[in-house]
Design a binder for this molecule. Structure first.
Ligand SMILES: [Zn+2]
Length: 229
């Protein structure tokens, strides 16, 4: 018997598509939707290759990196010290992810585990009419990694965070600046990025090696990766 492996065409018009679900015709939209789901879950949960300074290296999954950032086991090159508000963002995102996934799939021991179960569920029982729901999940999972407030941006890209505290140098808590439309907007004076904390009012900059001092002055707790793990 010869099994002809059908290419993964998205539009099979031969009339006898044996959809992975067993529903005739399901191939058309279901297969691509399932591929998108698989890709989205892999994006969040699989270790990946990263190019750092021109060299490839394996890095833990984005989900794992998010967890690690909260456990204080911050990855090497992660900039070391981080101030409390930054963890708050990471924690918010982690809670959002864990909560949503547990809502979709209550049974399971971890978020990646639950997502695999979701993938398995749709792969085995999905019908063409489920595509929309499957795509919805894929879209949300993808956005957790690559979206505006996603893990990638949170952990790797230079982005600014703000502190509500007055600047230790000039005492200003709120600075004013023009937005792109020319309107004057209020912004917190202290803006943090991985390269330092800067006051938008007096322009004083504290490099990362001064974060500990700054955190103490402002009354924050610092969490370091002191274990080297
Ligand atoms: Zn200042």
């Amino acid at each position: 018997m010869i099994h002809r492996h059908q290419p993964r065409t998205e539009n099979r018009s031969d009339g006898h598509s044996e959809a992975i679900t067993g529903h005739p015709g399901a191939d058309g939209q279901l297969r691509p939707a399932l591929h998108r789901l698989t890709d989205a879950i892999a994006l969040l949960c699989d270790p990946h290759l990263e190019v750092v300074a021109g060299r490839h290296r394996h890095t833990p999954s984005w989900y794992q990196q998010l967890r690690d950032s909260l456990a204080g086991g911050q990855s090497e090159g992660g900039g070391g010290a981080r101030l409390v508000p930054i963890w708050a963002d990471a924690l918010d995102l982690l809670i959002e992810i864990d909560t949503a996934v547990a809502c979709w799939q209550p049974a399971g021991t971890s978020t990646p585990d639950r997502l695999r179960a979701i993938e398995h569920h749709w792969t085995t029982t999905g019908r063409p009419q489920d595509c929309r729901q499957i795509d919805q999940i894929s879209g949300i999972v993808t956005s957790w990694v690559t979206g505006q407030g996603g893990i990638r941006r949170l952990l790797t890209e230079e982005r600014r965070w703000t502190l509500p505290n007055p600047c230790p140098a000039c005492g200003t808590a709120i600075a004013y600046r023009k937005d792109s439309g020319g309107a004057t907007v209020r912004i917190p004076a202290l803006q943090i990025s991985p390269t330092g904390c800067a006051c938008a009012a007096c322009r004083t900059v504290w490099p990362p090696d001064k974060f500990e001092w700054l955190a103490r002055v402002l009354g924050y707790e610092m969490r370091y990766n002191t274990t080297g793990s």
